[in-house]
Design a protein around this ligand. Structure first.
Ligand SMILES: Nc1ncnc2c1ncn2[C@@H]1O[C@H](COP(=O)(O)OP(=O)(O)OP(=O)(O)O)[C@@H](O)[C@H]1O
Length: 250
């Protein structure tokens, strides 16, 4: 369970306080996915950084499974916009990085790793370097690394934004396939309404700077096989787009 209560974050500039997030309250049940959508600069990345334990100075409470955020104790997977792969390490080493840091007896995980490599279609690429892979393949490596860690919480910051439309759809499906198997609690930041409807069990709309929660939508279409081609999917996407337009023009 992820519990955020009255979270406010301000960046200290030389002369003033720059409020990035204001009074955010949000709960996410274990194994749930949540898509965050908000205008540029409203504090989405800031929210992920608080949850990842990178930003430690804030007001309010943030708990992962009943405990304050402590990345040394909890397993938090973070996929940044550029995938966060180390260019000087092979794909094999990159995938192992998370478990290697967290679990000293990482040898137990070799079987899991082989299964994950197969699930994500990375067979045969293990000895290459990130620079020798396509964007979509690098995204798969980042997902394999995050899922292998079996994190308490997975954070993804616009992870599919650099991909072309077809690859994006394919990787979204890969994400859902792996998520179904491992049910990892996931918070995903996106600028795409359809992506929010496809991947978010909960959809959170944030208002313009400083980010506040404008709406939380329980998405009835999440996880339905083939939903992307159904009328309901288009209808909800249009409704959501309308809500967002109204909210952001306030
Ligand atoms: N290190 C920092 N110091 C001062 N201000 C910052 C810092 N990082 C972010 N900000 C400011 O905080 C606000 C929120 O930034 P953040 O990156 O969280 O927004 P975002 O919603 O992720 O934006 P985008 O959608 O454009 O990526 C912005 O006004 C930004 O200028």
């Amino acid at each position: 369970m992820i519990r955020i209560k009255n979270l406010s974050v301000a960046y200290e500039d030389r002369n003033s306080n720059n409020m990035a997030l204001k009074d955010i309250t949000l709960e996410l049940a274990a194994g749930e996915t949540c898509a965050i959508i908000g205008p540029s600069g409203c504090g989405k990345s800031t929210l992920l950084k608080v949850l990842a334990g990178i930003i430690k100075k804030f007001e309010g409470t943030v708990e992962i499974n009943g405990q304050a955020v402590r990345p040394q104790k909890q397993k938090i997977g973070f996929i940044p916009q550029n995938y966060g792969l180390l260019p000087w390490k092979t794909i094999y080493e990159n995938i192992r990085l998370g478990v290697k840091i967290k679990n000293k007896q990482a040898s137990d995980n070799r079987q899991n790793q082989a299964a994950m490599v197969q699930l994500l279609g990375l067979d045969g690429l293990e000895h290459r370097y990130p620079g020798e892979l396509s964007g979509g393949q690098q995204q798969r490596v980042a997902l394999a690394r995050a899922f292998l860690l079996q994190p308490d919480l997975l954070l993804m910051d616009e992870p599919f934004s650099a991909l072309d439309a077809m690859t994006r759809e394919e990787i979204q499906n890969v994400f859902l396939q792996v998520w179904r198997k491992h049910s990892v609690s996931t918070i995903l930041v996106t600028h795409h309404v359809e992506e929010a409807v496809y991947l978010g069990r909960k959809i959170v709309i944030l208002s313009a700077t400083p980010g506040r929660v404008s709406k939380i939508i329980d998405n009835p279409l999440f996880g339905i096989e083939g939903v992307r081609n159904q009328q309901d999917f288009f209808r909800l996407s249009i409704e959501l787009r309308k809500m967002i337009k109204e909210d952001w023009s306030k």
